[in-house]
Design a protein around this ligand. Structure first.
Ligand SMILES: [Fe+2]
Length: 470
């Protein structure tokens, strides 16, 4: 029985169900949006769908409240139907919320990630140029047991092709995570010989992005060719700028990626960044397990953004999987601090998954602009310009491009196998060169007074070169 100002047991039951549904829905959404990349997914994808997943929590309560004035009617049928509908809707919302929450938590943890023998760069330890020839021929016997850098020298001396089958011989026990090697500052291989020869770079870096292991649309042959080219080129560090896998919560996709990386570039110092696809539906758990185990440390304390002392260059990795959704006050303050104290006599190179200036197209499915990034440009590029960042390398768009804006050079370097993007319908005013419809990589050789950028296709053929002083 309903009386003015007082709730009967039926109304209280309907309200209780509605409140439980609201709590379940809010808890599921709070967990989702605490995950890396989730806010970007909301902004850059089917926003209406993600908005519905928030708003659904309020529907049962609204229907329950609607039943109250209906109690005043002579016939109680309408209010009864309303209360019944509120409880039924609440049950659906509770079921959906708990299922989605369980999927987000348990999904990435269901399959097991097979440990891979890789030479992961620990950001806090920096990058030591391997000076391959010098190391292979001149490293003292003691250095050969010093760690992965020496391993790489030994591996390089033995040839890249045989490396996949060779176990890591001399990793220091303190630097081993499962069976993954971690490049550490203890792995000193003198680079003074390299520095003494002006014709020889002080530091050799390679970049590629967006391999998308696990995507049916990705080109496996291109991915393998590019990795084989990296193994042959033997850079001091190879950066994969994100979207390693198509769906971050799929352990089988990560295992696919790890087994290929282990087979082709086990001794190349590797630092992967997290892309928007890697982050999908709780993928951060597997990303960290694969590429940022607990023994690795960074100056920011985050596995997603940090700086790396590369000797002849300062490398700054930013956490921008989609855009600025993860670029909060903490990351911004860290970036400003890091740029302020960076050594101006060396080039400063910033890396990110999502791009800044870029040509591109309007996404036909989601009506989003995949060019001159409307979030990243205003939020971050003023800092690049203010503190004299020399080069910014990103992925996300699946083609190659070189751009310049206010003294900062921008390179877009997708794709390492991910589906090729269409011909841009928008050309950025900052664009200087681009290659659409090619897979490839970018090499950056740092000399004493000059940086040489080499855009290469999947077979290593030179497509474009840029040189600049610093
Ligand atoms: Fe991608």
């Amino acid at each position: 029985m309903w009386k003015e100002g007082r709730l009967g047991p039926e109304q209280r039951r309907a309200l209780a169900w509605s409140l439980i549904a609201l709590a379940a829905c809010l808890a599921m959404n709070a967990y989702h949006y605490s995950l890396e990349g989730a806010k970007g997914l909301y902004v850059w994808n089917r926003t209406w769908l993600f908005r519905s997943l928030i708003l659904m929590g309020f529907v049962p309560g609204s229907v329950a409240l609607l039943s109250f004035p209906l109690e005043k009617l002579k016939s109680k049928r309408a209010s009864k139907i309303c209360r019944g509908a509120a409880i039924a809707l609440a049950a659906v919302v509770i079921l959906l919320s708990t299922t989605l929450g369980a999927y987000l938590i348990a999904g990435p943890r269901m399959g097991s990630l097979e440990p891979a023998r890789l030479t992961l760069i620990s950001p806090a330890e920096g990058i030591k140029p391997l000076a391959a020839d010098a190391a292979a021929s001149a490293a003292p016997a003691g250095a050969a047991s010093a760690g992965p850098a020496a391993n790489q020298a030994a591996f390089l001396a033995g040839g890249a092709a045989g490396g996949a089958a060779q176990p890591a011989k001399a990793a220091s026990s303190t630097n081993v995570v499962s069976s993954t090697n971690v490049v550490s500052s203890t792995n000193v291989v003198s680079s003074t010989k390299a520095a003494a020869d002006p014709a020889r770079p002080l530091l050799r870096l390679s970049f590629s992005s967006d391999p998308h292991w696990g995507a049916e649309t990705s080109e496996i042959g291109a991915r393998t060719d590019i990795l084989a080219g990296i193994a042959e080129h033997r850079p001091d560090a190879f950066f994969m700028l994100g979207d390693t896998v198509e769906t971050g919560s799929s352990a089988s996709m990560w295992n696919f990626a790890l087994s290929d990386l282990e087979a082709i570039i086990p001794k190349i110092p590797l630092r992967p960044l997290m892309g928007n696809h890697d982050a999908l539906t709780g993928g951060q758990y597997l990303f960290k397990k694969a590429f940022f185990p607990p023994s690795l440390k960074s100056d920011s304390g985050s596995p997603y953004y940090y700086s790396i002392d590369a000797g002849a260059a300062t490398i700054i990795v930013l956490d921008l999987p989609w855009g600025t959704e993860n670029f909060g006050a903490r990351q911004r303050a860290w970036l400003e601090r890091t740029l302020k104290k960076a050594d101006r006599t060396k080039p400063i190179i910033a890396l990110s998954h999502s791009f800044f200036y870029a040509s591109g197209y309007d996404d036909p499915s989601f009506d989003k602009p995949w060019y001159d990034h409307y979030q990243n440009i205003p939020a971050v590029t003023p800092l690049f310009e203010q503190y004299g960042v020399d080069l910014v390398v990103s992925g996300h768009n699946h083609y190659q491009e070189y751009l310049e804006h206010k003294g900062v050079r921008y390179a877009v370097i997708g794709t390492m196998g991910g589906i090729l993007d269409p011909e841009p319908t928008y050309i950025s005013p900052a664009s200087k060169w681009r290659a659409v419809g090619v897979f490839g990589r970018l090499d950056a050789d740092i000399y004493a007074a000059e940086v040489v950028l080499s855009y290469r296709d999947r077979n290593g053929a030179l497509l474009h070169e840029e040189r600049f002083g610093y």
